[in-house]
Design a protein around this ligand. Structure first.
Ligand SMILES: [Zn+2]
Length: 368
């Protein structure tokens, strides 16, 4: 699922494509894509409005309109956004379309149909988003943005010190921290040398500091690299490259880059979790509870780390659709480039894996 860096990349890519565009029409082909389920109400809210900005809150893309309202788009598992010229033949996975006055359209493509589009308002006082969103607290239910300058180490300490529970589920909790998901939680915990099942209460001040720094460092690097293009994620201006830098995520069985021992994969709260049991030790006090969770959760023998778990795909990647290039995307032809690159995706992944293996060998020889 796209997380903070991926959604941030989508919002940034869209800025140059949709800011200034006036919405003249709406097409909804999967009703549940609309949070309200009410096409007429959505139309009334957005048609005639001009998009004045794009941003991100947690894992939502936000399109600000010229009347202090905003369209919010949660990509969920497989959501993708593209800007195309009107008249291009839609593929069956386009769930919602915004038509613009200039003859272009914004397409929301979503193979698995979990994505949601809503309308929110900006508070004139605080500028915060309010209104339509799942959950009783709406936007107020989100925790702080990890890359916000106001999210200091002190703020992080204060938040984590009151928490019970274990680190991995805590990092995934959007009320604790907004935008972190499975990939970057695993990466941050490995980098900070903290076991995913370690209890938040057991952290020493140095552990808290390391975790805070690693969360921010990894998210910032991932934004810089346009996110991790694993599973279905791609952005309007093309894929990201952070997947080539990931240290533990989807590397079960491959050597740890620090110690060379195999990366383990367990399922915690229905989410697969990747870690090194040597580099990420559990303190004695956390072991009894963790043992219960870990028991019987090892991957079956013969399961391959090259098969991304949970990546059930029922449709082609956008870039795999034939005959689409040339008429899609921006006038710069970035979609054409993306389509051309798709053929070599497997090759690139293979090369990245080989590079990682070489790095692991070097690290092991270095005796770190
Ligand atoms: Zn290790």
């Amino acid at each position: 699922m796209p997380e903070l860096p991926e959604v941030e990349t989508v919002a940034r890519d869209l800025r140059g494509l949709v800011v200034g565009a006036r919405i003249t029409g709406v097409r909804v082909s999967w009703l549940k894509t609309l949070r309200s389920g009410d096409v007429a109400a959505f139309e009334a809210a957005v048609v005639g409005r001009t998009i004045v900005g794009t941003s991100r809150r947690a894992k939502l893309v936000v399109l600000d309109l010229d009347d202090d309202s905003a369209i919010t788009i949660h990509l969920k598992m497989t959501g993708q956004l593209f800007v195309v010229q009107a008249g291009v033949l839609e593929d069956p996975y386009i769930r919602l379309v915004l038509a613009f006055a200039d003859g272009r359209e914004l397409w929301f493509r979503d193979i698995r149909k979990f994505g949601r589009v809503g309308v929110a308002r900006r508070s004139p006082v605080t500028g915060d988003l309010e209104g339509e969103l799942g959950g009783p607290k709406g936007f107020k239910g989100f925790g702080p943005e990890p890359l916000d300058p106001q999210f200091t180490a002190r703020v992080f300490r204060r938040r984590i010190r009151g928490r019970k529970g274990r680190l991995k589920p805590l990092l995934l909790d959007q009320a604790f921290l907004a935008g972190v998901g499975n990939i970057y939680a695993d990466e941050a915990l490995w980098a900070a040398r903290l076991h995913p099942l370690r209890s938040a209460a057991s952290l020493l001040p140095a552990d808290e500091g390391r975790l805070y720094r690693e969360i921010r460092r990894i998210l910032a690097e991932a934004v810089e690299r346009r996110g991790s293009s694993v599973d279905d994620y791609t952005a309007p201006e093309g894929d990201g490259s952070m997947q080539e830098q990931l240290q533990v995520y989807q590397r079960a069985g491959e050597p740890c880059f620090r110690c060379g021992r195999p990366i383990r994969r367990v399922v915690i709260g229905a989410r697969s979790t990747h870690f090194c049991s040597w580099c990420q030790r559990l303190p004695a006090g956390d072991k009894p509870g963790a043992a219960t969770i870990l028991r019987g959760m090892e991957p079956r023998a013969g399961s391959s780390s090259s098969t991304p778990e949970g990546a059930i795909r029922t449709g082609p990647r956008w870039t795999e659709i034939g005959g689409a290039d040339g008429s899609l995307g921006t006038p710069t032809g970035s979609t054409r480039r993306a389509a051309g690159a798709a053929g070599s995706r497997a090759e690139r992944t293979k090369r990245a894996a080989a590079t990682r293996r070489a790095a692991a060998r070097a690290a092991t020889r270095g005796g770190d």
